[in-house]
Design a protein around this ligand. Structure first.
Ligand SMILES: *[C@@H]1O[C@H](CO)[C@@H](O)[C@H](O)[C@H]1NC(C)=O
Ligand SMILES: *[C@@H]1O[C@H](CO)[C@@H](O)[C@H](O)[C@H]1NC(C)=O
Length: 170
């Protein structure tokens, strides 16, 4: 093997090493898998019933550094929502990517049945016990990685109450 060929071979080996090293330090991982998602993407969790404008000042646009780092590794799409019928991401779960700025009226089996609500990174989702996302009635909001407690220990639990929701970019 002449010097130029061995040099080329060395370059190729180095390229191979650096790309596998990159893959090892920056694994792609979807947070929903850790919560038992079966990787089914549903067409929707309900039906769109109209446009949604978030309450003024409701979107936090300066996430903490730690949250930003977690988001960067977590995968998903703004508007993606993972919901489960039971707390701690148990029972029947569903995932769909809903259009942003649209009010989604939940359909069976999710209607007034959700105890865990998890938006993908990049959006804030507002949830309502009413069916029309009336922004004067914004009762709950969720950002990645969501809330799997049903809010049962809060003064305003969302457990089995969510009827409609809307996600906006954050
Ligand atoms: C995955 O979950 C969906 C509900 O989100 C359900 O309809 C589907 O049957 C499940 N698929 C498997 C393979 O368990
Ligand atoms: C609610 O609080 C009780 C008492 O601290 C605790 O045992 C329980 O796990 C909490 N429930 C949830 C869903 O976090």
């Amino acid at each position: 093997m002449g010097p130029s060929r061995s040099f080329l071979a060395g370059v190729i080996v180095l390229l191979g090493l650096s790309s596998s090293t990159l893959a090892a330090v920056a694994p792609t991982f979807d947070w929903k898998l850790a919560n038992g998602w079966n990787q089914t993407v549903l067409p929707s969790l309900g039906t769109s019933v109209g446009p949604f404008t978030p309450p003024a000042g409701a979107i936090k646009t300066a996430p903490k550094l730690a949250a930003e780092a977690a988001s960067a590794k977590a995968q998903g799409k703004p508007g993606g929502v993972f919901i489960c019928e039971d707390i701690h991401w148990k029972g029947l779960c569903g995932y769909a990517v809903e259009p942003l700025n649209e009010c989604i009226l939940l359909s069976d089996p999710w209607l007034t049945a959700i105890s865990s609500f998890g938006p993908d990174p990049g959006a804030t989702c507002f949830a309502f016990s009413s069916g029309d996302c009336d922004q004067n009635n914004a009762q709950w909001s969720f950002t990645f990685p969501g809330d799997d407690t049903g809010g049962v220990n809060t003064t305003n639990p969302f457990n089995d109450k969510i009827t409609s929701f809307a996600c906006v970019k954050s």
